[in-house]
Design a protein around this ligand. Structure first.
Ligand code: GLY
Ligand code: MN
Ligand code: MN
Length: 463
């Protein structure tokens, strides 16, 4: 938890931005796995963490924008709670640690909201993504949970995006801590890429590192020899000598700030000449982004510059043909990289994605493209000092997509379909690092970049 003044300042700034009404900040409840007392690892709602800092289940905060009063709704422990879960400080004391002076029992939450509704005050709440929270808000607001999306406060969304997009030094320090653990996860996977081991074994050990050194994983680990499946979570395969393994993983710091790294390693620790050529292309695109990222630059332009690096290289390998500026403008390279260059990162690995990607990644100066590939770019807008974002170019050989483009002659002027089909089975290559935008450029998160050159990765493998 940060100093209480940080949470007070965040709430004051929110009130300045919203001007009137009440703000509802529901914390998360425990989420059962198979019966109520057997729960998933608790993860607090990120907006609740940002404005109220308290990392425990069953809390609800209301901010009165007009009076600037913040109220925590929480019930003190019963003797049964103490018997089973142990004692803890009173909520009055807990609330004081985040600068909240007023605590009311949960039974007073519904009457409080009802009074505000009767007075026709504006009630601000954010989009909901958990059924438990939707049921709770539906009951408080007398709305069917399915209709809650109609009442979401756009002003609140925009105020949150404005604040959370720019990370303070304390937040960046947390992202650096998460990155140290992410480094260890990647290092372990690289060093243990032995034929005969299973994907499950490596993914499980990496997840164990995240749990033992930090608050756990920042998203379900992607670790697969089927790297062309972008968000594949299957870990059932046995590692086969020579195949490429994508490992996309990250940890959350104890304050729940994320890191997000991807490395691609050959099983057995040696790249083939073709794998090396493709890998070096992706690395060149990744490095290009770090040369370009600085305040004032549109991330969409960085995406396009990296796309050009990939396209020129793909032409050199006989996979694309023609003028590569035209090919990138037409989106022909997206056959091999159908996703965006990166996304914002912070308390969420895809930061604030629950609020809507376009609010986070685009603004009134730039709207999202509808072109295949570019439409999947989550962050396109102008960068500012304090933004933290991922850089994750990749190359993939997806049989279904290549077959479709060939059959429909999509970008036929630029794509050598048969050459692309010949590389099916290569899987995928992605290299992902996290960038912190500084006053005049950027730096990578953490104290050191996980091994990334072919020589570094090959040196890491231990026979
Ligand atoms: N962790 C998924 C991604 O890289 O966005
Ligand atoms: Mn990732
Ligand atoms: Mn990512």
């Amino acid at each position: 938890m940060f100093n209480k003044e940080i949470y007070q300042q965040r709430r004051h700034r929110l009130c300045d931005q919203l001007s009137t009404g009440i703000v509802l900040l529901p914390g998360h409840t425990e989420s059962p796995m198979n019966y109520p007392e057997n729960t998933y690892l608790f993860r607090q709602n990120s907006h609740f963490l940002y404005f109220a800092g308290l990392d425990m289940p069953g809390l609800f905060v209301i901010i009165d924008v007009d009076s600037r009063e913040t109220i925590l709704f929480a019930d003190e422990l019963t003797i049964d709670d103490i018997i089973w879960m142990g004692p803890k400080p009173s909520f009055k004391e807990i609330a004081a640690t985040v600068g909240i002076e007023k605590v009311l029992p949960v039974a007073q939450l519904a009457p409080y909201v009802e009074k505000a509704l009767c007075q026709q005050r504006t009630v601000h709440y954010l989009p909901l993504y958990r059924a438990e929270t939707a049921l709770q808000l539906g009951a408080l607001l007398n709305r069917h949970p399915a209709t809650l999306s109609e009442g979401v406060s756009e002003a609140f969304i925009k105020a949150v995006v404005a604040q959370r997009s720019v990370k303070s030094p304390e937040e960046i320090a947390e992202i650096d801590k998460a990155s140290e653990v992410g480094y260890l996860m990647q290092e372990y996977v690289m060093a243990n890429m032995h034929p005969g081991k299973t994907e499950r074994e490596l993914a499980g050990m990496a997840e164990g590192l995240a749990l033992s050194k930090a608050a756990g994983i920042s998203f379900p680990i992607i670790l697969s020899q089927r790297g062309e499946v972008l968000h594949g979570h299957d870990h059932s395969l046995v590692l086969k000598k020579g195949s490429l393994v994508i490992c996309d993983c990250g940890a959350e710091s104890l304050e729940h700030y994320a890191c997000d790294y991807t490395r691609t390693t050959p099983v057995g620790g040696r790249f083939t000449p073709l794998q090396r050529d493709l890998y070096n292309l992706v690395l060149a695109a990744n490095n290009k982004a770090f040369d370009l990222i600085k305040p004032g630059v549109f991330y969409k332009d960085v995406h396009q510059a990296c796309s050009l690096v990939l396209a020129e290289g793909l032409k050199g390998l006989g996979l694309l043909k023609g003028d590569m500026n035209d090919a990138v403008a037409a989106g022909a390279h997206s056959l091999f990289m159908p996703h965006g260059l990166g996304h914002m990162m912070g308390l969420d690995v895809h930061d604030m994605e629950d609020l809507g990607e376009n609010y986070v990644g685009y603004d009134e100066t730039i709207s999202r493209s509808s072109q295949f590939g570019l439409r999947s770019l989550r962050l396109g807008r102008r960068l500012q000092e304090g933004f933290v974002l991922t850089v994750e170019p990749g190359l993939y050989f997806m049989p279904a997509l290549i077959e479709k483009w060939k059959a429909e002659k999509i970008n036929a002027d630029f794509v050598c379909y048969d050459k692309a089909l010949a590389l099916v089975g290569t899987g995928g290559i992605r290299i992902e690092d996290d960038a912190i935008v500084t006053a005049d450029g950027c730096r990578m998160s953490g104290s050191k970049r996980p091994p990334v050159t072919v020589a570094e990765i090959e040196a890491y493998f231990k026979d």
